[in-house]
Design a protein around this ligand. Structure first.
Ligand code: UDP
Length: 359
């Protein structure tokens, strides 16, 4: 089976790396990895860390480009790759412009699509923006839906997707996390910290401003160190720097994945709007405040492992202080997103798909 794996951003690389590695163990699967370069500067280091390689490197990204330009360039550049590679399947992950374009380009050339992390929904098309739209479009183009949780399976069934085409696999983020934990150097510090990240487009502006004010206030009131690795999106990074530069919050450039996992391990509280960070924090038993108004990862909230706090300054402060003072605990969701064997399951299902789709 010839499998073309299309990725472009940091989270796609992190979550597809375990599958790429797993494919190498199967002589029956020839996996070709194509990057659109959506997060161009971050991917090479991740490839080295996960001991995988990018076979085809595209250059879809331009500085300051619009979502439309990114999508057009992804589509234009992915199309000839599919034409040349003639894959039996195209695999995409998640809900990025790269994933949506990869799925659409494959659909247009009649190549079956395998979607990893399928079925996540908020059912609010504006939030997260544009990801909720992208993931729904990808579902329409997909023949094999690798759903990370039972909730994701239910969402797809509810939308009329054939149950036989949905596979409940766990999330490969936990496989990647395990890889990173196994490779952690001895800690240079075990000082506890509060880890903050923020990058959602729908939060840019008022939401991000209010989050920054809350973090500034919390960092001023509490002795514990606050660390915020900035997102590669320059828009977000510069806003956060404007709001928090000169405060006691430690702003650092995007952390290498291994380093980031080390920070997560030391965290007493994680405040984030990131999907992947929520999964990792929950898997490590860290309390999480999700700074969004909707979430497609409701399982963590249902299990009491995370709280949805929105971006209201007072609410963030109140909930963070409750956790820091020990009056509120939310630490019991460790296995919600899988137990580190999702990639193995996905590759197993792939070999079964061969019988259904290939002559
Ligand atoms: N991450 C990282 N360095 C950082 C912040 C995050 O390596 O400084 C990793 C994190 O461990 C997770 C992924 O990036 O696996 C999450 O990416 P992001 O928040 O950009 O996207 P999302 O998960 O929301 O799609």
């Amino acid at each position: 089976m010839r499998l073309l794996i299309i990725l472009g951003t940091r989270p796609e690389m992190i979550k597809l790396a375990p599958i790429i590695r797993e494919c190498k163990k199967h002589t029956g699967i020839e996996a070709v990895v194509c990057s659109t370069g959506q997060h161009d500067t971050l991917l090479d280091g991740l490839a080295v860390f996960f001991e995988i390689s990018i076979d085809i490197a595209l250059h879809a990204r331009l500085p300051g480009q619009s979502l439309t330009s990114l999508t057009i360039r992804c589509l234009e550049q992915i199309h000839p790759v599919i034409e040349q590679q003639q894959p039996d399947f195209v695999m995409v992950q998640g809900d990025t412009a790269t994933a949506m374009s990869g799925a659409l380009a494959a659909f247009q050339q009649n190549i079956p699509v395998v979607h990893v992390e399928a079925g996540l929904r908020t059912y609010d098309i504006q939030s997260p923006f544009p990801e909720e739209m992208y993931r729904r479009l990808i579902t329409l183009a997909t023949q094999a839906h690798m759903a990370p949780t039972r909730t994701a399976v239910r969402n797809l069934v509810h939308e009329g997707v054939d149950r036989k085409r949905i596979f409940c696999t766990g999330n490969t983020s936990i496989d990647a996390l395990q890889w990173a934990i196994d490779r952690q150097p001895p800690p240079t510090s075990d000082e506890p910290l509060v880890l903050v990240t923020g990058h959602r487009r729908e939060n840019i502006g008022n939401g991000l401003y209010s989050l920054c004010k809350a973090i500034r206030e919390l960092a001023a009131r509490h002795k514990v160190k606050f660390i915020w690795p900035l997102h590669p999106n320059p828009h977000v990074a510069s806003s956060v720097q404007d709001f928090l530069g000169g405060s006691s919050v430690q702003l650092i450039p995007p952390a290498e994945y291994k380093t980031f996992v080390g920070l997560l391990q030391r965290a007493v509280l994680v405040i984030t709007d990131s999907g992947g960070v929520q999964e990792e924090a929950v898997a490590l038993g860290k309390p999480v405040l999700i700074t969004r108004v909707t979430t497609e990862r409701a399982e963590a909230i249902e299990h009491g492992a995370a709280l949805l706090v929105g971006t209201d300054e007072d609410n963030i402060i109140q909930q963070a202080e409750a956790i820091l003072s020990g009056s509120l605990t939310c630490e019991n969701g460790r296995a919600i997103y899988g137990n580190g064997n999702a990639a193995g399951r996905i590759v197993h299902h792939l070999s079964q798909l061969e019988a259904d789709f290939l002559p």
